[in-house]
Design a protein around this ligand. Structure first.
Ligand SMILES: Cc1cc2nc3c(=O)[nH]c(=O)nc-3n(C[C@H](O)[C@H](O)[C@H](O)COP(=O)(O)OP(=O)(O)OC[C@H]3O[C@@H](n4cnc5c(N)ncnc54)[C@H](O)[C@@H]3O)c2cc1C
Length: 386
């Protein structure tokens, strides 16, 4: 027996939940399918916090963040839930940083986003917990905020269900077929027919897209975040301590206290490449020590690690997103966050719904198409640090 819907969504992490929410909000019949339970910790959308910021390396990205802030505000209104905690953010460029501040400064200026440039001494005077090397350039953007990962994803799932979407956890899609003007999805519970499908399966996207002959050059890495317990947590309170990103190689980032008397930090792209179906959830001591060593130098009051958890990055070679239909299969739309997509989740939901319903969208998503060189040229040199 097969069921019929206007749209199916494969994957109910942050991106798929946002797409299901947006499609159902437009009165479409939607089924959302996930191979695991809702809120599971096997993918990329679990844990407490994610960074929402304006500072990015191109004006197009900075403009996209303006959409993101507006869409988070709409989600807060629609769900009557406070989701955005504004704490301010510091981009820290040590001397000879591997990531150049120039693009960030010019992109923020080009879009007209307010920010300040400070040196290490000025920054330490305002945020006394930091110990920054002489010559560090600091960009401060006051709207940088924290959004909740698991809670944000659950909120979008609740809104999707509220608008009538059918959410099916523990129902893996084992096969996808383009039926010409629609799709058929095979699941252990039977087939689903739909006018179109939005595939947001992140680390498993190639398994799902095999049905339409697509294999993307992706790498899944197993990242780790660590929570430290400061002796005096009040010094890291969100009212007085910002989130931060260390713009070098290795690159690190961290948060003020957020709902508990700990500070969270992690390395960006510091984990080993893994098979998402054969990966551990165990703590990696070497990764934790590498991070703790950096935190001890830059934020000495952070205290010792109290817990670490794992989470997956799925990286495109250019670290740009995928927001696009599969060429030759207009009814198959793909959304992939390239390990920096959570802040854009409500926006991606809206844009993916546009693509699924209208075949086009209000924002220029051409940089995120599937036939771009980074995804089609086998000799493309991957670069992940942004
Ligand atoms: C440690 C860490 C820190 C991060 N920090 C930030 C940050 O500060 N700011 C930011 O913007 N982004 C950040 N990100 C990135 C962001 O979290 C991800 O880009 C985003 O969560 C991806 O969401 P997703 O829904 O695409 O993926 P996922 O949450 O992984 O969802 C994919 C879903 O697809 C399901 N699935 C897979 N195969 C199938 C199948 N065959 N059938 C049915 N379902 C299937 C899986 O079960 C899963 O639930 C971070 C990521 C990590 C790991």
């Amino acid at each position: 027996m097969s069921e019929r819907f206007d749209h199916a969504v494969v994957g109910l992490g942050a991106l798929g939940s946002a797409a299901a929410m947006e499609l159902a909000r437009r009165g479409r019949s939607v089924v959302g399918l996930d191979r695991f339970a809702l809120g599971h910790d096997r993918g990329a959308s679990h844990d407490t916090s994610r960074i929402l910021r304006h500072s990015y390396h191109t004006p197009a990205y900075v403009r996209l963040t303006q959409e993101a802030y507006a869409d988070w505000a709409r989600l807060e209104r629609d769900s009557a839930t406070s989701l955005v905690t504004t704490v301010g953010g510091l981009d820290l460029f040590p001397p000879d940083a591997a990531i150049a501040p120039k693009e960030y400064v010019e992109s923020l200026e080009a879009v007209g986003i307010d920010f300040e440039q400070l040196d290490a001494r000025e920054a330490a005077a305002r945020w006394p917990e930091f110990r920054l090397p002489e010559g560090t350039l600091v960009l401060h953007q006051r709207d940088a905020a924290i959004v909740p990962a698991a809670v944000g994803t659950a909120t979008m799932q609740q809104r999707a269900a509220w608008h009538g979407a059918v959410l099916r956890p523990e129902c893996p899609v084992t096969e996808l077929a383009d039926t010409g003007g629609g799709v058929r999805l095979r699941t252990p519970a039977g087939d689903v027919e739909a006018g179109s499908v939005v595939v947001c399966a992140d680390a498993w996207v190639n398994d799902v897209l095999a049905g339409v002959g697509v294999e993307l050059p992706l790498e899944t890495t197993l990242e780790q975040v660590t929570y430290f317990r400061p002796e005096d947590a009040s010094r890291f309170a969100p009212e007085r301590h910002p989130l931060w990103i260390w713009m070098d190689d290795p690159s690190y980032y961290g948060f003020p206290c957020y709902g508990e008397p700990t500070v969270k930090a992690a390395q960006d792209c510091g984990g080993p490449t893994v098979d998402p179906d054969a990966r551990t959830s165990e703590r990696d001591e070497a990764m934790e020590e590498r991070l703790a060593d950096h935190v001890r130098r830059v934020l000495p009051g952070s205290g010792d690690p109290v817990r670490s958890l794992r989470c997956q990055y799925t990286l495109t070679p250019d670290r740009d997103f995928v927001l696009a239909p599969v060429p030759g299969h207009d009814s198959v739309v793909v959304g992939l966050g390239a390990a920096h997509g959570f802040k854009f989740a409500p926006t991606f939901g809206r844009l993916l719904a546009d693509l699924a319903v209208e075949g086009d969208t209000t924002v220029d998503v051409t940089p995120f198409r599937l036939d771009r060189p980074a995804l089609t040229d086998p000799d493309y040199a991957a670069h992940w640090l942004v």
